[in-house]
Every structure is written in structure tokens, then in C-alpha cells.
Design a protein around this ligand. Structure first.
Ligand SMILES: [Fe+2]
Length: 371
């Protein structure tokens, strides 16, 4: 069981790591540095951990469907993602995003792959009607006598193999389970709600309450759909990269949170360039940007920490961006340039120039040797 130590507990959130069997090494450099600097008590992966729908791509072969190869690629991608955390013997909890299971490997089969690593918490087969990545993680008090804090992990996305369609929702069954389990935890806590944080991959529409329409030249303006522009409302801190995405349906989770009174915050990923925090009806809504270099993450790439305070029954949180973890020196800049999706065109131009220069130099050397 997880437990507070001297009244504190630190969570490292890694969202949208979305790498593959061929990894972008710079993200792993950043993650290793995050682990060593932060020394978390728990790591929470909040979905799109693997770019599951691209696992059948290959650098060297045709894009031919091969279930055995796809499964092997997924195992390799998960093994590489887990390596920094397993080597440091860190406990970890996983939920899935909209990319994870868009392949021939089901959520349950992926869960078995994660559970093969020491430190994996949850991902056990759940109650009927619940996905295996819907579960809760209790954290015991420093004296080990009570549940002092609780984490909720909710599934928000999946893949219907027969229809070849993705869905993005929280089911009513998930919200019913939350109500029952929340009441159970409160009953064990002398009737008092246990302070909790919800982690889920895709934000609910509630997150849109933190933004407002604006003009394209207003400070902090970010694009929305159909030529609209948006900015963060006053009192909301952070960076808006684009209008928040939202679930098709959140199953009424916020009504349930308000009713139960135990949820301090809802933490989401999915929107790679969004990184902000605000409050709606007394519940903190926290959006975390991506860790991955296999997407256009920009300067908000990083990880987030949560420091839980046992006595206060509350927490503080902040982002740790790449620059903070890896520095701004030439080596850190070069690694960023080499691996980040947004610099791929510039990298291709650089490689073409270097190849042309090598040909010119080789030709000059040959001419000199022959004359
Ligand atoms: Fe996503």
C-alpha cells in the first residue's frame, strides 16, 4: 500500500508520452531527470502512453497488417517506457487514452503487459461494466491507520474493433461506481469524505468554462474551431495552446463530484499544448501538457508534480518543463531540435545541406588527389 511519509506524498504525472517501439530518446532523458530530481512516491501515466495506432508502421517494411508484429511492437514500446521507472523501483499507476488501444491488443491484454513490471498498481480486472483502467488508489496516513488521500483513475476512451471507431466518454457505470466507492471510503473515514484527485485522459466540457472568446491579436489568444479565438479567463493561470477538447459525454461526473464532496481536482491530458489551472464550483481543473517528442508539443513539454499534504488534506501542483529539467545549453537545444516533431522539416533541410556539403568536400578531395 502507498503511504504518506512525514505528512507528504509526491506524485509525478506523465501525460501523453505517446512513443513507439522506436523511441525519441530526448523524452526519456527528460523523464530520467524528472525522476532523479523529483524522487516521486508514485508515477501516474494519464493516457496516450503509447502511439498505439501507429504500431504497425515500419521504417523498413510495408505497412502490412501483422498481429504478431503489432503485439511485439507494443510490448517493446511499453518496455522502453517503463524502463526509467522500473530501474528506480518507482510504483506507477496507468490509465489509457484515445491512442493506446487502437490496434489488435485489447486494454486487458495491455494491462497484463504493464502488470508484468514490479511497481504496477491497479489495472486489475474491475467490476462488471468497468474498464480495467477505471480504479482508485488509496494512500494511507503516515501512521498507516486510515486512508488519508485517494486517487481516482477513469477510463475516457477506447476503440471499437468491429466498427473501427474510437469513442471518447465516461460511462454512467463509471460514475455509479465512483459514487458507491466514494461513499464506502467516507464510511471507513468516520463519515468524512476522503480528499481525492481525479485523473482522466480527456477533459470534460467543464474545462471549457475556463476559457472565453477573444480576438486573434489579444494577448494569449489561441485558435479554436471554425476560425474562433480563445483565451484563458482572468484567474486561470497557465498557457492555452488551443481551445480545449472535450468528451462526447462525461456521464454526469461533475454532478457526482459536487454531490459527494471529496474531489479537490480533476486532472487531464490529451491537449498537448495546453497547460493551465483554474477552478469551477470549488473543484480545481488542471490541464497537463504532453511529455512526448513525437508530437508538436512546443515549449510546454514536460511533466507535472503534485505534493499532497496529509494534515491539510490538500495539495499543491506545478509543471516542470523541459528547459527546467534538461537546461537551456547547446546540448539540450540540439537534442530538442533532433527529436521534436515540430523541427522535423528544419532537420531534414539541415541533413540535406550536410549531405550536399559532404559530396562537395569528397569531390574536392578526389580532384586534389588526381591532379
Ligand atoms: Fe489523447
Amino acid at each position: 500500500m502507498l503511504q504518506f511519509h512525514d505528512g507528504k506524498f509526491t506524485i509525478l504525472q506523465v501525460s501523453d508520452a505517446q512513443d513507439m517501439q522506436f523511441v525519441r530518446r530526448t523524452m526519456f532523458w527528460m523523464l530520467r531527470r524528472a525522476c532523479d530530481r523529483i524522487k516521486p512516491d508514485l508515477v501516474v501515466f494519464t493516457g496516450d502512453n503509447v502511439l498505439g495506432n501507429h504500431l504497425r508502421d515500419s521504417r523498413f517494411r510495408d505497412n502490412v497488417y501483422d498481429a504478431a508484429r503489432e503485439r511485439k511492437n507494443l510490448e517493446t514500446a511499453i518496455r522502453k517506457l517503463m524502463r526509467p521507472f522500473v530501474r528506480r523501483k518507482l510504483p506507477f499507476a496507468v490509465l489509457y487514452g484515445n491512442h493506446d488501444d487502437r490496434n489488435c491488443v485489447t486494454k486487458e491484454e495491455q494491462a497484463e503487459m504493464y502488470r508484468a513490471y514490479p511497481g504496477c498498481i491497479g489495472l486489475e480486472p474491475g467490476e462488471a461494466g468497468l474498464e480495467c483502467d477505471t480504479y482508485n488508489v488509496p494512500i494511507l496516513s503516515s501512521d498507516g491507520k486510515r486512508t488519508a488521500f485517494n486517487l481516482w483513475l477513469f477510463d475516457t476512451a477506447g476503440y471499437d474493433r468491429e466498427a473501427d471507431e474510437c469513442y471518447e466518454w465516461i460511462t454512467p457505470e463509471t460514475v455509479d461506481w465512483y459514487r458507491r466507492k466514494s461513499a464506502e471510503l467516507a464510511a471507513e473515514n468516520g463519515g468524512k469524505p476522503v480528499p481525492s484527485i481525479v485523473f482522466q485522459h480527456i477533459p470534460s466540457a467543464e474545462l471549457s468554462k475556463l476559457v472565453e472568446p477573444c480576438g486573434p491579436k489579444d494577448p494569449g489568444a489561441a485558435r479554436g474551431r471554425n476560425g474562433t479565438w480563445w483565451r484563458l479567463k482572468e484567474g486561470v493561470s497557465g498557457i492555452l495552446g488551443h481551445h480545449p477538447s472535450a468528451l462526447e459525454s462525461d456521464g454526469g461526473e461533475f454532478d457526482a463530484f459536487r454531490e459527494r464532496g471529496d474531489v479537490l481536482a480533476v486532472v487531464t491530458g490529451h491537449d498537448h499544448g495546453n497547460c493551465f489551472e483554474g477552478e469551477v464550483d470549488g473543484i480545481r481543473l488542471i490541464q497537463t501538457s504532453c511529455a512526448s517528442f513525437r508530437c508538436a508539443g512546443g515549449p510546454v513539454r514536460g511533466v507535472r508534480t503534485f505534493t499532497l499534504d496529509e494534515a491539510a488534506g490538500d495539495f499543491s501542483t506545478r509543471m516542470h518543463f523541459y528547459d527546467e529539467l534538461c537546461g537551456r545549453g547547446p546540448w539540450a537545444r540540439f537534442r530538442w531540435f533532433w527529436d521534436a516533431d515540430e523541427s522535423e522539416r528544419a532537420k531534414a533541410r539541415l541533413l540535406r545541406c550536410l549531405a550536399a556539403a559532404a559530396v562537395v568536400i569528397a569531390a574536392a578531395v578526389v580532384i586534389l588527389l588526381l591532379t
